[in-house]
Design a protein. Structure first.
Length: 699
């Protein structure tokens, strides 16, 4: 039997025996002329100081035994470990609070996590110095995974939670100047897959939610469903911030364990209620725009058939609605999200400019043994009534690739939100490699997307098994950059074999890298060859567009203003931006977890197109709304919480003015805003009040 034939038969065996949903896919290419806008991966240039390599996890020793032994029967590979090279995450944040964005990437045991301090402010040139070991954030002994951040103590700097893989997570307090110390956190050994911060009860303190999968990562069995849909799975968790950097686990009483609506072949949804799910991403986002953050998590059906094929559905994008006090109710059923899939990453924003929150979810894609469309990475459009429209059933749908991490951003600052998502799957016997890094470009705020591969960097993401993805403006040019981290990379001499039939797509050349071949008995033999350590990719957007923009830094006023209610990081706020003569768009300020193990910068760039003026409205946690009118474009705007809502029913205009004046006075005294900024903010606040009540009176 030829080597090629052995490879082909292995692919067929994987497809038929596991019905594994590991994808490679197709998109429609853009008809636009190639643009001069381009990303450049500066991590490949030693001058920028990026040397990060993700080392193996301890579980890889099990793979060593399998690789060096006798031929392995196919189903014995189910006892191979999950992600032996780990599951790395990445965040973009200003660790030293100097005005430029830094990068933190997690690593395996024996190798410190990397904290790349940006030298832009110090040298006026983009470059990085790794201070992971000396910062206190190294977590060298941990098999580090997901990471999220926020100001947990409202002291003005950013603190970091680093999850371990089947070991306790570690919480680090920022002491200032990017120096961190570990503090107590009530974590146990879990199969952690992401975390997010947000204020669940609107007390001004950031709480934490954690996504979990299953405890024994030495085996693939819970993914296969061989022992049932819920075998070995762990519930997600909620940790309440009690103040003074103390957290308690309130998962049992929060409602997060009261899952409902699992469908099975008999349509009996009651027996499975309360089961844990296999979660890869978790977020705290105000999806219904009522002033409190809700829990949304991405659950995986994995290789299980769905309910129509006789097995229980467990893989939904699941929503737990907040009552405003930190009590959550599962409202997935009836929301339009109760469609089984291999959901893995989440990002958010208003894709069709209708004022509602939309969701993008990564999935396994459309080159799989499953029917095309059933496990597509796709966007889900908010209907304004707490539900979502699945674009799989509309003319907006396009075939898709596999994905882990994802972010929502405005690629060229034209005023609508685009999507990036990367990912590859380390499936023991092969590596899935469909996603080479195309960006989904929104067509005039329509939520109809095309793939723009012209802007991609030269980095071949198909040979990187990417997990974490984060977006932020690293070089302060007003255009968003992309950072991603892989757990391992495929050497150039590993051949690639396509999945299935071509779909007339720019990704048709992609497929799988096979690491096992079959002998004449159908058993598997290691084909030889070593994967490289994973890498960090830092793709810088050259900003080759004449479009205008705003970069917003929001500051909550808890502890700064007597009546301030919002955490200092402003996590949980939702920002709406309307360029003059343009369409409204919006994004949440998210505390991580959605983009699988990772978190974007809290400083969000909004494109304005050709407009030179814009209206910015902020829905703060707790429900207060502020509105700002600005012509200060192409710069960063610091917008603090003014705890005086322009749309609230006031007894008099003077009382509203007094509230605004007192708040701005205190913010100025705390050195948050200058005198000139106080004047601008006051004018905007009073104008917002007047315009709102004039409109309300007419209606």
């Amino acid at each position: 039997m030829s080597y090629l034939r052995q490879k082909q038969e292995l692919i067929l065996a994987v497809s038929s025996a596991l019905v594994l949903i590991v994808s490679s896919s197709s998109f429609a290419e853009t008809d636009d002329e190639p643009t001069s806008l381009k990303f450049t991966d500066v991590a490949v240039d030693p001058a920028y100081g990026i040397t990060h390599q993700r080392v193996k996890s301890p579980r890889d020793s099990i793979m060593d035994e399998l690789r060096s032994g006798d031929p392995v029967p196919f189903f014995e590979l189910l006892n191979a470990p999950l992600k032996p090279h780990g599951e790395p995450g990445v965040i973009i944040f200003d660790a030293d609070m100097d005005g430029d964005e830094d990068i933190y990437a997690t690593n395996g045991p024996g190798m410190a996590n990397s904290l790349y301090i940006n030298q832009l402010v110090e040298t006026n040139s983009l470059s990085f110095i790794d201070k992971g070991s000396m910062s206190g954030l190294g977590a060298t002994e941990q098999d580090s995974a997901g990471v999220c951040y926020g100001d947990i103590d409202n002291d003005g700097d950013l603190d970091v939670l680093v999850q371990g893989t089947v070991e306790p997570s570690q919480l680090f307090e920022n002491l200032g100047n990017a120096t961190f110390t570990r503090i107590d956190f009530p974590s146990m050994a879990r199969g952690s897959t992401g975390c997010a911060m947000g204020d669940i009860n609107n007390d001004g303190l950031l709480d934490i939610v954690a996504a979990n999968s299953y405890t024994d990562w030495n085996t693939w069995i819970p993914l296969s469903g061989a022992y049932g849909a819920f075998y070995g799975l762990e519930h997600n968790q909620v940790f309440k911030n009690m103040g003074d950097n103390k957290f308690v686990d309130i998962s049992e009483t929060s409602g997060i364990r009261k899952t409902v609506g699992f469908r099975d072949a008999a349509a009996d949804t009651n027996d499975a209620n309360g089961n844990a799910t296999l979660t890869w991403a978790i977020s705290l986002v105000d999806y219904d725009l009522d002033g409190d953050v809700d829990i949304i998590h991405a659950d995986d059906q994995a290789s299980l058939p769905n309910a129509s094929q006789g097995v229980t559905d467990r893989g939904y994008v699941r929503i737990f609605q907040n009552d405003g006090q930190g009590n959550f109710t599962d409202v997935t059923i009836g929301s339009g999200l109760d469609v089984a899939g291999t959901w893995m990453g989440l990002s958010y924003g208003d894709f069709n400019c209708d004022g509602n929150m939309d969701i993008f979810g990564t999935n396994s894609g459309d080159y799989t043994p499953a029917e095309v469309g059933t496990v597509s990475s796709r966007w889900l459009l908010g209907d304004g009534n707490g539900g979502f429209i699945d674009t799989l059933n509309t003319d907006a749908w396009i075939p898709s690739t596999f994905g882990w991490g994802t972010s929502t951003f405005d690629l060229e600052n034209d005023g609508d939100l685009d999507i990036v998502y990367y990912g590859g799957m380390d499936a023991v016997f092969m590596v899935e490699s469909s996603n080479s890094g195309g960006i989904l470009e929104n067509q005039n705020c329509s939520a109809h997307f095309v793939v723009n591969k012209d802007v991609a960097s030269a980095t071949d993401h198909q040979r990187r098994v990417v997990h974490g993805v984060a977006v932020g403006d690293l070089d302060n040019n007003g255009f968003s950059d992309i950072v991603s981290t892989s757990n391992k990379n495929t050497p150039d001499d590993f051949p690639r074999y396509p999945w299935g039939a071509p779909l007339d797509s720019p990704f048709d050349i992609s497929g799988i890298f096979s690491t096992w071949v079959q002998d004449e008995n159908g058993d598997n033999i290691f084909a030889g060859g070593e994967y490289h350590n994973g890498t960090l990719s830092v793709e810088i957007n050259n900003g080759a567009s004449e479009n205008n923009w705003l970069k917003l830094k929001l500051i909550g006023a808890k502890g700064l203003v007597e009546t301030g209610r919002v955490n200092r990081s402003a996590i949980g706020a939702v920002v709406f931006v309307t360029p003059k003569d343009g369409k409204i768009t919006s994004k949440p300020i998210s505390g991580g977890g959605g983009s699988h193990l990772s978190q974007d910068s809290l400083n969000t760039v909004f494109g304005l197109g050709e407009s030179n003026k814009a209206t910015v409205e902020i829905l703060w946690p707790g429900g207060v709304r502020n509105r700002y009118y600005t012509s200060d474009i192409n710069q960063i705007l610091v917008l603090p919480e003014i705890p005086c809502s322009f749309n609230q029913q006031w007894d008099s205009y003077k009382l509203y003015q007094k509230c605004v004046k007192n708040s701005l006075h205190q913010l100025h005294g705390a050195n948050i805003v200058s005198k000139s900024e106080v004047t601008k903010l006051f004018k905007s606040a009073t104008r917002a009040f007047t315009e709102h009540w004039k409109t309300a009176g007419k209606n």
